[in-house]
Design a protein. Structure first.
Length: 73
């Protein structure tokens, strides 16, 4: 079973998001020294899941929106 992809990680810059291993950015297990893959929130902003088809269900999106509102206040 695949790991649940976090919509709003606290420190996305610390992890490689390229596969389901979620390696620390300084210890890439599958990249052979390559750069880490950024989390979509780093590239598209906190509402990244609202644009495009990411395959998320409505309950996940609603929960993420509530989390985002709480974090902003």
């Amino acid at each position: 079973m695949a790991k649940k992809f976090p919509l709003h990680p606290k420190h996305p810059e610390r992890i490689c998001w390229g596969c389901d291993l979620y390696c620390p950015s300084r210890s890439l297990a599958c990249g052979n020294g390559a750069d880490r893959t950024m989390h979509p929130a780093e590239m598209l902003g906190d509402d990244w899941y609202a644009h495009g088809d990411w395959g998320l269900d409505a309950a996940e999106i609603n929960a993420a929106n509530e989390q985002l509102i709480i974090r902003q206040h």
